[in-house]
Design a protein around this ligand. Structure first.
Ligand code: BG6
Length: 289
């Protein structure tokens, strides 16, 4: 399904056009073409992602929640907005949702460099984003292509995933013990994680480095577990703004912080360096356990 929230025939002008992958049994995934932001993932009618009630869908601002696509910069940037431009430009549908022989639903999205991207980041690239909706899983396959002939470029990439949770204080994240992390709440000081499971009880903004392929988050919706599997994403960012920061974020409700946890797979500590004619591929699988 492909629908336009903006109305009329002028799809290009509609700021909130969405594409829906519908697997049946109330299992769906909705992608807003603004940033190719996954704004909903329902498994048996149970929403898995957090989107703020204050989120703005104006086709300009990044959508506060779901899975914004961070590229080519993680964090602040001299040449453009925080977390790059991919989450605030309109993506193209490369392949409309289609049912595979397995019953799973696949769709593909892409962007290529244009005047806007070149004004911030003057490189010829192509970015493709393939999603597959399975019974209890959502798969992401990302390809970044340097389509130039002679210029090498470097970038960060991250899937800024907001999981919906009943109470963030009850979530535990596995797989981080022994990992070094940059604590952005303490001026970027570097520490090593000692806990076998990480819990979030305060303002948290950490970039864990060289993390394993798998994390499990406990006590997500319906008290289930969420498995994250990632490939070619060496870093894991854990973020929750907590009380005071939440108040500072305009498009985030003051009382919403207990109901989300961001656990983000990315390649952000060190840039990916991509030679002309080369491709970088990374993928992630989210699974409701
Ligand atoms: C996280 C960053 O990934 O995203 C935080 O580590 C940042 O530093 C957060 O505050 C939200 O960013 P934004 O730009 O969506 O408000």
């Amino acid at each position: 399904m492909y629908s336009s929230g903006g109305g009329g025939n002028n799809m290009a002008a509609a700021p909130t056009s969405v594409v829906v992958l519908d697997r049946g049994n109330n299992t769906t995934c909705t992608i807003n073409l603004h940033g190719a932001t996954v704004v909903s993932w329902r498994v048996n009618n149970q929403e898995q992602l957090f989107v703020s009630k204050q989120a703005v869908f104006d086709g300009k601002k990044a959508i506060r929640g779901g899975i914004p696509f961070v590229f080519p910069q993680f964090g602040s940037w001299n040449y453009g907005p925080q977390h790059g431009f991919a989450r605030i430009i309109r993506w193209h549908v490369e392949k409309a949702p289609e049912r595979l022989p397995s019953g799973d639903i696949e769709a593909m999205f892409c962007i290529v460099d244009n005047e806007v991207t070149r004004s911030m980041w003057n490189f010829p690239f192509r970015l493709s984003y393939r999603l597959i909706l399975r019974e209890k899983e959502l798969h992401f396959n990302i390809g970044v292509y340097n389509v130039g002939k002679d210029v090498t470029f470097s970038f960060n990439l991250l899937l800024h995933t907001y999981f919906k949770v009943p109470d963030v204080r009850r979530c535990q994240i596995t797989g981080l013990q022994g990992c070094t992390f940059v604590d952005k709440t303490r001026d970027g000081a570097i520490y090593q994680e000692v806990r076998d499971v990480v819990t979030v009880n305060e303002y948290t903004d950490r970039v864990y480095q060289n993390t394993p392929q798998e994390h499990i988050i406990t006590n997500v919706v319906s008290n289930r577990k969420m498995r994250i599997q990632k490939y070619n994403f060496p870093d894991t960012v854990v973020w929750n703004p907590w009380v005071e920061k939440a108040r500072e974020i305009q498009d985030f409700g003051d009382d919403e912080y207990p109901n989300m946890i961001c656990v983000e797979a990315g390649h952000v500590s060190a840039p990916v360096i991509l030679l002309p004619g080369n491709a970088f591929e990374a993928s992630e699988i989210l699974q409701v356990m």
